[in-house]
Design a protein around this ligand. Structure first.
Ligand code: FAD
Length: 571
C-alpha cells in the first residue's frame, strides 16, 4: 500500500522534480512494481476479500501533461538543447579551423629553389615596410635577398605594453624566416647590417654585427632592384647625455631595458633606510615626448602602478610619480582637439603631470635640466627617463643621400617619386620612415607602401614573363593574332598607377582602460575616447597582428594579466 501511495503521489512530485522525459522512462518501472505487488497479494487472500481490480486509471501511468504545461516546460528545454548543440558545433568548428590554420602555417609547402638567373631583388630591413612588401610579393620571378640586423618583424604599436609586462616580448614579434618560408620561391635571409649602398655600381655591402661572428667579414652583392626600408633611428636633437642616460622606446631590447630599470628603481626605493629624497627621485618616472609613444608609455605605467605596484610594493607605491615633458603647447598634436583635451584631463585624474612648452636642455645621470614655459631653467630629478621624441635618418641613409646630393635635397629623409622610386637611384625604391614624403612616419603608411610596391613588382615580374613569351613567339613566327594578344597584355603590365595613401584613423591607449580613436568617416572625422575606444583599440590591433600565433599569444597575455596581474620580478 505504501508503494501504491508513493506511486499515486508520484504524479504530484513528478512535475516539479522530474523532467517529463525522465518520468516516461521511470513510469514502466513503477507500473511493473505495482503489478508485481498486486499479483503477489492475490494468491494469499480469499477472492471475496481481494481488492477489486483497479480501474485502468488507477494503474500508475506517466503523468499526463496538459498541452499548456507541456509547452511551458519544454520551451526553455528545447532552447537550452538547441543552444547547447549550436555552442558545441561552434566550438568544434572554431577548434578545427584554429588547428588547421596553425598546422598549415607551421608546415609550409615546398618552395621553388633560388634562381640566380632571375633579377636580384635586395630588401633592406624587416620592419613594417619591408615585411608588408615581402608578405605581398610574388617571389617567383625574382632572386630575393633580405638583409636586416633584426631577424624578426616587430609589431611596434604594442611595444609600450611590453615595458611594464602587460605583454611578453615574444608575443609581438614574428621571425622573418617564417615570412619568407611561406613564399613561392626560396628567399635568402641574412641577419646583418647593410653598411653601404652604391647606387652607381648597384651593389650593397653588409656585415654580421651580432655578438657571435664567424670568420666571414663584410660581403658585397650586386642588385637589379633594391627595396630600401631601413626605418629611422631615435632623434636626440644633439642634447647632451641622452644616449648615455635615457632609455629609448623603439626596439624590443629597449622595452626589456625599461622594464628591468623600472623594477630596479622600485626595488632600490624599497631598500631599507633609503633616504626620503632618494625614494622620491627613484620613484619619479619621466617621459620626454608627448606623441603617441610617450603618451601610451605613461598610460601603461599608470596601469602598472594601480593594478600591481600598490599590491606588491605598498611601502613605496604611493611615491610613484609620472611626468610627461612636451616642447609643443599640447600632447598628441596629430589628434583632434577634443581628444587632446580628453587625454590631458584623463592624465590629470590619473595624477600624471604634463609639462607642455617645456624643453629639455641637458640630461644628467639623475636629473633632467629643462626650460619651462616661463623660460626658467630647472632640474627635475628622475629614476627612469624614457626618450620618445621622434625620428632621424640613419647613417647609411645620410650616406646614400650624399651620393645623390643633386636630387636628394631633403634633410628629413629620402625623396621618392609617386611610384616610390628613389630620385637619382636606378632600380632603388624607398618606403617607410626613411623617406621624406607628405605622410606621417607611421606603420600604416609604411605597410601600405610595402603592399603597393609588391604590386609594382608583380607587374615587373609579369612584364619580364610576357617579354620572354613575345620574343619566343616572334622567333617561331607564330600566329600574328597571338603575338598581338601578348603585346596587349605587355602594354597593360607596363602601365603603373601612382601610390595613394588611405588613412584608416589614429588610435592611442591612454591608461585606465581608456583609449582615444580619431577615425575618418566619409568626408568627416569621428573622435571617440573611453572604454569603448579601448575595446576598438584592442580589436584593431588583434586583427592587424602578423599571425594567428601572435594573436593567440597577445590574447593569452591579456587574460594572464587579468587573472594573475603583471609579473614584478626583475630579469
Ligand atoms: C613604440 C612605438 C609605437 C608605435 N605605434 C604606432 C602606431 O600605433 N601606429 C602607427 O601607425 N605607427 C606606430 N609607430 C610607428 C611605426 O612603428 C613606424 O612608422 C614604422 O615602424 C615604420 O616602418 P619602417 O619599415 O619604415 O621602419 P621600421 O619598422 O623601423 O623597420 C626598419 C627595419 O630596418 C632594419 N634596419 C635598420 N638598419 C638597417 C641597416 N643598416 N641595414 C638593414 N636593415 C636595417 C631594422 O632592423 C628594421 O627591421 C610606433 C613606433 C614606435 C617605436
Amino acid at each position: 500500500m505504501a508503494l501504491r501511495q508513493l506511486v499515486r503521489a508520484q504524479p504530484l512530485l513528478a512535475r516539479p522534480l522530474i523532467a517529463p522525459r525522465a518520468t516516461s522512462l521511470l513510469a514502466p518501472r513503477f507500473a511493473a512494481a505495482a503489478n508485481i505487488s498486486s499479483s503477489s497479494r492475490r494468491s494469499d487472500v480469499p477472492p471475496e476479500a481481494r481488492i477489486p481490480p483497479q480501474p485502468q486509471q488507477d494503474i500508475p501511468v506517466p503523468p499526463k501533461v496538459g498541452p499548456s504545461a507541456k509547452s511551458e516546460g519544454s520551451r526553455p528545454r528545447r532552447f537550452l538543447r538547441t543552444f547547447g548543440r549550436v555552442t558545441l558545433v561552434v566550438i568544434l568548428t572554431a577548434t578545427g579551423a584554429f588547428l588547421y590554420v596553425t598546422q598549415q602555417q607551421n608546415h609550409p609547402p615546398e618552395q621553388l629553389p633560388v634562381d640566380r638567373t632571375k633579377p636580384t631583388l635586395v630588401v633592406l630591413g624587416s620592419g613594417w615596410g619591408a615585411t608588408s612588401f615581402l608578405k605581398s610579393l610574388d617571389t617567383e620571378e625574382f632572386n630575393v635577398v633580405v638583409i636586416s640586423p633584426r631577424n624578426y618583424f616587430l609589431f611596434t604599436p604594442l611595444l609600450p605594453s611590453v615595458t611594464v609586462g602587460t605583454l611578453e616580448p615574444r608575443s609581438i614579434i614574428q621571425p622573418t624566416r617564417y615570412i619568407t618560408r611561406h613564399k613561392k620561391r626560396k628567399v635568402d635571409v641574412y641577419e646583418a647590417e647593410a653598411q653601404e649602398v652604391d647606387p652607381v655600381k648597384k651593389t650593397v655591402t653588409f656585415q654580421d654585427l651580432s655578438d657571435v661572428r664567424g670568420s666571414a667579414g663584410s660581403v658585397t652583392i650586386p642588385y637589379d632592384y633594391l627595396v630600401y626600408a631601413v626605418g629611422c633611428e631615435n632623434q636626440t636633437f644633439g642634447i647632451k647625455g641622452v644616449p648615455e642616460h635615457a632609455c629609448f622606446l623603439k626596439e624590443l631590447g629597449d622595452a626589456d631595458k625599461i622594464r628591468t630599470k623600472l623594477m630596479d628603481c622600485i626595488e632600490t626605493a624599497a631598500f631599507r633606510d633609503q633616504p626620503q629624497e632618494e625614494i622620491d627621485r627613484l620613484m619619479h618616472m619621466v617621459v620626454v615626448g608627448g606623441g603617441p609613444t610617450g603618451v601610451e608609455y605613461a598610460g601603461e605605467l599608470h596601469d602598472f602602478l594601480i593594478d600591481d605596484l600598490k599590491k606588491w610594493y605598498p611601502e613605496v607605491a604611493d611615491r610613484l610619480r609620472i611626468t610627461l615633458i612636451e616642447a609643443l603647447p599640447n600632447v598628441l598634436p596629430a589628434f583632434s582637439k577634443q581628444l587632446i583635451q580628453y587625454t590631458e584631463s584623463t592624465f590629470k585624474e590619473n595624477k600624471i603631470d604634463v609639462l607642455t612648452r617645456t624643453m629639455v636642455k641637458d640630461v644628467k645621470e639623475q636629473a633632467v635640466v629643462v626650460q619651462d614655459a616661463n623660460k626658467e631653467i630647472r632640474e627635475i630629478p628622475y629614476g627612469l627617463l624614457v626618450w620618445a621624441t621622434g625620428n632621424t635618418s640613419r647613417q647609411i641613409t645620410r650616406d646614400l643621400m650624399n651620393k645623390l646630393a643633386s636630387v636628394q635635397t631633403q634633410r628629413r629623409g629620402l625623396v621618392v617619386d609617386d611610384y616610390l622610386s628613389l630620385l637619382g637611384g636606378d632600380g632603388i625604391y624607398a618606403i617607410g620612415d626613411c623617406t621624406a614624403t607628405s605622410y606621417a612616419p607611421t606603420a600604416q603608411v609604411a605597410s601600405q607602401q610595402g603592399i603597393y610596391l609588391a604590386s609594382i613588382f608583380q607587374k615587373l615580374g609579369q612584364k619580364a614573363k610576357l617579354e620572354r613569351q613575345l620574343n619566343e613567339l616572334r622567333a617561331t613566327s607564330a600566329d600574328p593574332a597571338e603575338i598581338e594578344a601578348v603585346a596587349k597584355k605587355l602594354s597593360r603590365a607596363s602601365k603603373l598607377t601612382p601610390f595613394h595613401y588611405s588613412h584608416q584613423g589614429s588610435l592611442a591607449y591612454i591608461g585606465s582602460e581608456k583609449a582615444i580613436a580619431d577615425l575618418p568617416l566619409f568626408n568627416g572625422n569621428v573622435a571617440s575616447g573611453g572604454g569603448a575606444a579601448m575595446l576598438f583599440w584592442r580589436s584593431a590591433y588583434i586583427s592587424t597582428l602578423y599571425s594567428v600565433r601572435n594573436r593567440t599569444l597577445v590574447l593569452a597575455d591579456w587574460l594572464k594579466v587579468k587573472i594573475f596581474g603583471r609579473d614584478v620580478s626583475r630579469e
